[in-house]
Design a protein. Sequence first.
Length: 69
Amino acid sequence: MAAHGGIQINFVAPAKAQQLRAVGEVARAGRTLTVSQVNLYCIDEVGQEQLCALATVTLMTLTTRDDGK
């Protein structure tokens, strides 16, 4: 089970495009915290990409104890 630890979104350019592409990766997966980053790109009519937004997401992993509590 995972709990939301935090999310931060930075908009760096207007998303004025008919197509968007998101690329995400896990920056660090630890025992209790996982940090991921997502880059959002706008794709224009000739196929060139421009960075529109950056997001950082932190999730906390919740585990149960051996006694089930």
